[in-house]
Design a protein around this ligand. Structure first.
Ligand code: NAP
Length: 487
């Protein structure tokens, strides 16, 4: 079906494909849902087969080329992205409602990720292991997997795809990328960056469409040799099942129920400021967002007073407003889901801030929800156990560090956590006992350096790590090679 210029395209084998194997989906601005940004086409079996074929054909020349050639492409992509930084910031603000200041930081992070993995392309990719046989040489060689499916969420529409795509490319894999449908426009623009950087055709293929249909078909496609996924735990569990059935490698980064533990000796002003930011910026829609504050009982009142002041200072405004800090939820369904969690939380604790949609006339066309704080919520309440993915923080009381740790470890998740204290012994105990992949002391639960390993424990992850030196583990396989003397 031919389409107009406002319609996005798939990118397959180096060609923009203006076809749709189903009805287009409107891509809306969540700060003002009357604004349609683009029309998203649906990739069906035909487009997916073409993408798989392109990724297969491109694999040998790309993987057998030099690391330097791959590094050059990634460096050029970094330069192109840096030159379009402000455009990407504005785009992410409009498309996924990320406050524009943070969206700019995400674009900067994308550039850093590309530069890091460009360098990785010429770093050692194996090691020499002494052989038992005299005169022999033995070594390991890390080799790429083949065509890899990248399935990414909407909330970091640039950084998360890049921390999958950049290492996949640098180690010699080819890619079929399915972004979240509501982030299709950012994905389309990011593929333009790689095309402009001279990435050979077929190495990166973009297919657009719905996760429940296209994502499922991609994971189960015979041409896919591995799947890297970030998103919700329900979808992750489904992908794990399909990938295990075919015995292909998979990587899942999923949800969190991240806690900030605040002890009586903490700098309460610092703790309140960082917990407010971690919980409410970008409307709490980060996998690492602070969702629970677990506070020693003698400190709750003083902490909550400071916390609510800090939260009130964060502007709730359309994401494209330069001062916006909180922004909208991504969809009306998400807004309704957060409202229900707030309602349930109010039955178990005391709502001291927010609790409903804002009444401000200027925000009525968007999916906004007031930053909400509920104090005294029981650890087994649904709102204290499930990922809300919205601007809602529960405050829980604990007698001491031991009880705080027990509450913190008492959900199925284990992604990110922070502890506020000046007590070195409490901090050491916490670092040992907490069951999370990313652990802070006197810091925010959100934001991890782009070159540091990223990932969770328990229900938050399939236990591999992304980013930095950890990325090679997933995107390559080890061959053990021995070369003996000829007889
Ligand atoms: P999601 O609904 O699970 O979607 C993630 C991706 O999977 C999207 O591209 C989606 O496509 C696709 N998908 C949906 N159903 C699928 C299926 N049956 N088979 C294959 N793919 C499918 O998650 P989201 O709402 O985009 O993102 C929010 C979630 O991601 C939260 O739980 C958050 O904690 C988590 N997250 C985790 C991390 C981390 O590193 N741990 C980072 C960021 C976000 P459609 O969008 O087109 O449906």
């Amino acid at each position: 079906m031919a389409v107009d210029s406002a319609t996005l395209s798939h990118f397959v084998g180096g060609e923009w494909l203006s076809i749709s194997e189903g009805d287009h989906t409107p891509d809306l601005n969540p700060s003002d849902a009357t604004q349609v940004l683009a029309q998203v086409p649906q990739a069906g079996p035909q487009t997916l087969d073409r993408a798989a074929e392109a990724a297969k054909s491109a694999f040998r020349p790309w993987s057998r080329g030099t690391g330097q050639a791959r590094a050059d492409v990634l460096h050029r992509a970094a330069n192109v992205l840096a030159s379009r930084r402000d455009e990407f910031a504005a785009l992410m603000a409009s498309e996924v409602g990320k406050p524009i200041g943070e969206a700019g930081m995400e674009a900067d992070r994308g550039v850093m990720i590309l530069r890091y993995f460009a360098e990785e392309a010429v770093h050692p990719n194996g090691s020499v292991i002494p052989a038992q046989q005299a005169g022999s040489i033995q070594f390991t060689l890390r080799q790429p997997l083949g065509p890899v499916a990248v399935i990414s969420p909407w909330n970091f529409p640039l950084a998360i795809p890049l921390w999958k795509i950049a290492p996949a490319l640098t180690y010699g894999n080819t890619i079929i990328w399915k972004p979240a449908e509501v982030a299709s426009l950012t994905a389309h623009r990011l593929v333009e960056v790689f095309a402009e950087a001279g990435l050979p055709e077929g190495v990166l293929n973009l297919v657009l469409g719905k996760g429940s249909v296209l994502g499922d078909a991609l994971v189960n496609h015979d041409g896919v040799r591995a799947v890297t996924f970030t998103g919700s735990d329900g979808v992750g569990a489904r992908i794990a099942k399909s990938a295990s059935r075919r015995n292909i490698k998979y990587q899942l980064e999923m949800g969190g129920k991240n806690a900030a533990l605040v002890l009586g000796d903490a700098d309460l002003d610092q703790a309140a400021k960082l917990v407010a930011a971690g919980a409410m910026r970008f409307a709490g829609q980060k996998c690492t967002a602070t969702s629970r504050a677990i506070v020693t009982s003698d400190t709750v009142d003083a902490f909550v007073e400071r916390l609510t002041q800090q939260i009130k200072a964060l502007p709730l405004a359309p994401a494209t407003d330069p001062g916006s800090a909180v922004g909208p939820l991504i969809t009306q369904d998400s807004q309704e889901k957060v409202r229900k969690y707030a309602e349930e939380g109010a039955r178990s604790g005391e709502v001291v801030l927010g609790g409903s949609k804002p009444s401000d006339e200027a925000l009525q066309e968007g999916y906004f929800f007031e930053p909400t704080v509920i104090v005294g919520v029981a650890p087994d309440a649904t709102v204290a156990q499930e990922e809300v993915f919205g601007p809602l923080l529960v405050v829980q009381r604990a007698a001491d560090i031991a009880e705080a740790l027990q509450i913190a470890n008492g959900t199925k998740y284990g992604l990110s956590v922070s502890l506020f204290t000046r007590d070195i012994n409490a901090a050491l105990e916490y670092i040992q006992e907490i069951e999370c992949g990313m652990v802070r002391v006197n810091g925010d639960t959100t934001g991890v350096d782009p070159h540091a390993p990223f990932g969770g424990m328990r229900g938050s992850s399939s236990h591999s790590r992304e980013q930095g030196p950890a990325a090679i583990e997933f995107f390559t396989e080890t061959k053990t090679v021995q070369i003996n003397q000829a007889g």
